[in-house]
Design a protein around this ligand. Structure first.
Ligand SMILES: [Zn+2]
Length: 281
């Protein structure tokens, strides 16, 4: 995909420079083209009943948001780097890989057990952590990073975000970024909205204002309904294909117990596991 550098703005001019104003039109046009590209993912998501199809109105709205965010305040930062993908539903650059993602941790019992399994299997995964749980179990959050996994942001309180004012959304995300960074030394580049409750506009603004990509999913085994480990593994393997982002939760025993069979099944189908961020470059 050729869009990774579209929104990368380098500006070392003093505050008040007129250059960002001149950037607005090209950013607007490129954003229109860009969001039509990401709509491919939206369409795939819709087929699986995971999201709504993006209209031209919404595309224009996102393009306007991005364009008008390029205001002189950008000049305060030496380099403003916004990800090429404001949001993803599948992995953009992983032709044969899938991403295992675990939400809602760290959990005091299940997460360490999962880490043992992943360690034994030599598999790396992406953990979307809840800020208040990182505060409660900092040692486990550190273990996740020490063992080479990626940490993402899953808000502090796990609210529905789509209807919230953006300032409140940012405060949930910032507070969580801070504790993850203070605890693990890593600052998250990826964000997963609880319940998938996040608008295209919110994703676009998060990309512009925090440089984070919103990560949805394309495989959902509904493990939170606790159907049992065998069924969780069966559902994942039935749906997984190259580029899948697999949504699970490491706060359920059955999900963790499903991982050895899941990993073996993915291997049998030559689906390598990958972290999310490296596929966004
Ligand atoms: Zn969650």
């Amino acid at each position: 995909m050729a869009s990774s550098s579209v929104f990368e703005t380098k500006n070392t001019k003093p505050r008040g420079s007129s250059e960002p104003t001149l950037l607005r039109l090209p950013i607007f046009i490129l954003s229109l083209a860009f969001s039509s590209q990401t709509e491919t993912y939206r369409r795939r998501a819709q087929k699986r009943h995971l999201g709504d199809k993006m209209s031209w109105t919404r595309r224009g709205f996102i393009a306007s948001t991005l364009a008008f965010s390029a205001k002189p305040s950008f000049a305060e930062t030496t380099v403003v780097r916004t990800p090429g993908y404001p949001w993803v539903v599948t992995l953009p650059n992983a032709p044969s890989g899938v991403a295992l993602t675990f939400d809602d941790g760290p959990h005091p019992d299940h997460t360490p057990r999962l880490l043992d399994i992943l360690g034994n299997e030599g598999v790396k995964a992406t953990f979307f952590l809840i800020g208040r749980s990182v505060a409660a179990y900092p040692q486990i959050a550190r273990q996740i990073v020490e063992q080479g996994h990626e940490v993402g942001n899953h808000t502090w309180n796990h609210p529905f975000l789509a209807e919230m004012p953006f300032a409140s959304v940012l405060s949930e995300i910032d507070r969580t970024n801070r504790i993850i960074e203070d605890t693990t030394g890593k600052s998250p580049h990826v964000f997963r909205p609880p319940y998938g409750s996040f608008t295209g506009r919110q994703s676009a603004r998060l990309a512009v204002e925090r440089g984070m990509t919103t990560v949805f999913w394309s495989v959902d085994p509904h493990d939170w309904r606790r159907p049992g480990p065998d069924e969780v593994a069966r559902r994942i393997l039935q749906m997984a294909r190259p580029g899948s982002i697999i949504l699970t939760h490491d706060i359920h025993w059955g999900t963790v117990a499903a991982m050895p069979a899941t990993i073996a099944g993915l291997r049998a189908r030559n689906l390598a596991t990958t972290l999310v961020s490296p596929t966004l470059a």
